[in-house]
Design a protein around this ligand. Structure first.
Ligand SMILES: [Zn+2]
Length: 114
């Protein structure tokens, strides 16, 4: 994944929200990142630090909420979570008909301004 371009998009979205809000500075940005996206939190933080000088984000903190991959097995109904980034088999019955419901998030979930 290209964390720098993801961060650029986050900045653009956040700037759009800041515009016309009457506030000038962003104090923190919260992101929810699913592990299945392959996005590396450390790389995102690095991109954030590199991009923020000279912007309304210069003093902002980046808060990342990582979401483990998880879902429901369509064979046995097991609701599972895993530390792996990808899952091909149900951990309970080894079935392969899975409905992955968590881990694909890539959301701007919050923003503090002043
Ligand atoms: Zn199963």
């Amino acid at each position: 994944m290209h964390e720098a371009s993801i961060m650029q998009s986050v900045f653009e979205i956040a700037l759009g929200k800041l515009e016309g809000s009457g506030y000038e500075r962003v104090d923190s940005i919260s992101l929810r990142i699913g592990r299945a996206t392959g996005v590396v939190s450390d790389a995102l933080k690095f991109a954030f630090e590199a991009l923020k000088p000279g912007t309304p984000f210069y003093g902002a903190a980046l808060v990342i909420d990582e979401v483990p991959v998880g879902g429901v097995c369509l064979s046995c109904g097991e609701d599972f979570s895993t530390d792996e980034r990808f899952v091909f088999q149900c951990p309970a019955c080894a079935g392969s008909r899975l409905d992955i419901t968590r881990g694909r998030e890539l959301d701007l979930t919050g923003m503090e301004v002043s």
